[in-house]
Design a protein around this ligand. Structure first.
Ligand code: ARG
Length: 479
């Protein structure tokens, strides 16, 4: 124990042999205490090592620019390039000597570079600060994460649209308030999530567009006196342009917040689908079956097949939302420009990105795995007077009744059927005419689930032809 911090794990108890020696005057209990806890609270290397690729990429672009404008020599640049390549290989191989005393990934790599190439390594940090460096690395990281998540979202959309095409005409009950409302098709239901995911992708793409400006060259906060070429660095890192204000460049994390907000909304969507899958899998519903691949057994109840993956997707939403709220809270009220508070930006973003990636992958797996119980869905689609609206609509169309009146008459017919314990279609014509004498036998043509579905031809409606067309259109767009 080096610091008086409770034993929470290996990171906290990491020995700190590189600390200055204990204070001789007041050694004893306090010994190296303050220095050790300072290192523990200050060091970010345990998590920001995840930025190593971005850090090396940024340094390569910076060094190339320094050489081009004549701030460092071509030989120095070549040495830096070779040194960084060797460091990348060390990190890949797991042999890089990460040191907490060097605080973060930036100083770890820079110190190692100097160790390897000497003098030239010390010139790399000319005209740059860790403040613009970390902002650049982090933007690059978030940009990469966005690209990966967008691809995963497209994959999930493809899985859903493929399923939707197959079940474009298979009925299921549509719900409001989780009460049977009107029949829809299973394909239509799945395509609702495709639309949501398309907007989720759009939000990520939007965030990417705005984050794609380069902070490097803002230096600590005020810019630099060296004749740097910020446009060159921005282009080398595939940014659209350098950021226009040096204070803004080092001090804002809105790009990370936008990412988290988009991630939180996407996770919220996934949690709804997860919840539906959980409901659909339950014994009273039996709408879908998940295979062994996406369920677990119970250690006590042999009959159980638990939808754990769906439950965990539902739960991941909590931590992703938490990441957004956490970082918003860190950033709130910070004066310009950089403050160390901002070092707390990374863990929530790394965690949220990983959680969302896992959730998307698990959901795509479940969507491909699940088997809709079409006969059961068909039966449930017709239960609960699901075609009552179709009856009311027929009264309007055929008898020219005002909708309110049609609604009232239908309500009375539902009450009759309910009292008799039958469906609307099982009432006799005489029973119907007792409520509304002008009703004819034609009414029975609208009371079936299939007729109800086929009639919903309005744009965006659940008619099977609509659904098949929409699914096809998505599959083409996603191809
Ligand atoms: N590890 C730091 C962070 O992630 C890097 C920037 C440090 N800058 C400074 N002026 N102390 O925020």
């Amino acid at each position: 124990m080096t610091s008086g911090v409770a034993n929470l794990g290996p990171d906290v108890n990491r020995p700190t042999p590189d600390q200055p020696s204990a204070n001789q005057q007041w050694g004893g209990r306090f010994a190296a205490g303050p220095a050790a806890i300072m290192q523990e609270i200050n060091a970010s290397i345990d998590f920001d090592r995840a930025l190593w690729r971005q850090d090396i990429r940024g340094s390569l672009a910076h060094a190339a620019m320094l050489a081009k404008v004549g701030i460092i020599s071509g030989e120095d640049e070549a040495a830096i390039r070779a040194g960084l390549a060797a460091i990348a290989a060390e990190i890949e191989a797991g042999t890089f000597p990460f040191a907490a005393a060097l605080e973060d990934i930036h100083m770890n790599i820079e110190a190692r570079l100097t160790e390897r190439i000497g003098e030239a390594g010390k010139r790399l940090h000319t005209a740059r600060s860790r403040n613009d460096q970390v902002a650049t690395d982090f933007r690059l990281w978030v940009r990469d994460a966005i690209d990966g998540l967008e691809t995963q979202m497209a994959d999930l959309m493809r899985a859903l649209a493929t399923r939707a095409a197959k079940h474009a005409a298979d009925p299921m009950p549509g719900f409001t308030h989780l009460q049977t409302a009107q029949p829809v098709t299973f394909g239509h239901h799945l395509l609702a999530y495709v639309e949501m995911l398309a907007r989720d992708r759009g939000r990520l793409a939007d965030a990417r567009r705005r984050l794609n400006e380069c902070p490097l060259g803002a230096a600590a906060l005020a810019g630099t006196s060296f004749p740097i070429d910020r446009a060159m660095v921005a282009a080398a890192l595939d940014f659209d342009r350098p950021m226009a204000n040096s204070l803004d460049a080092v001090s804002d994390r809105d790009f990370a917040l936008e990412f988290l907000a988009a991630a939180a909304i996407a996770a919220m969507h996934l949690s709804r689908l997860a919840e539906e899958i959980i409901i659909w899998c339950s014994a009273p519903y039996r709408f879908v079956t998940l295979s062994d691949a996406f369920t677990t057994g119970s250690s006590i109840m042999p009959q159980k097949r638990n939808p754990d993956a769906a439950e965990l997707v539902r739960a991941k939403t909590g931590r992703i939302t938490g990441a957004l709220v956490g970082l918003l809270t860190v950033m709130k009220g910070l004066p310009l420009a950089y403050a160390k508070d901002m070092q707390e930006d990374k863990e929530p973003v790394f965690d949220a990105a990983r959680a969302l990636s896992l959730a998307l992958a698990a959901m795509a797996g479940m969507v491909r795995d699940l088997r809709p119980e079409t006969a059961r869905l068909r039966e449930a689609a017709g239960a609960g007077f699901a075609t009552a609206t179709d009856l009311a609509d027929w009264l309007v169309r055929a008898l020219h009744l005002p909708f309110r009146e049609a609604h009232h008459i239908t309500g009375r017919l539902v009450a009759r059927a309910e009292a008799k314990g039958v469906d609307l279609a099982d009432l006799t014509l005489a029973e119907m005419q007792a409520v509304e004498p002008r009703i004819t036998a034609e009414v029975f043509s609208v009371l079936s689930v299939e007729a109800s579905l086929a009639s919903r031809v309005s744009f965006g409606g659940t008619a099977p032809d609509n659904v098949a067309r929409a699914a096809q259109a998505w599959l083409e767009r996603l191809a």
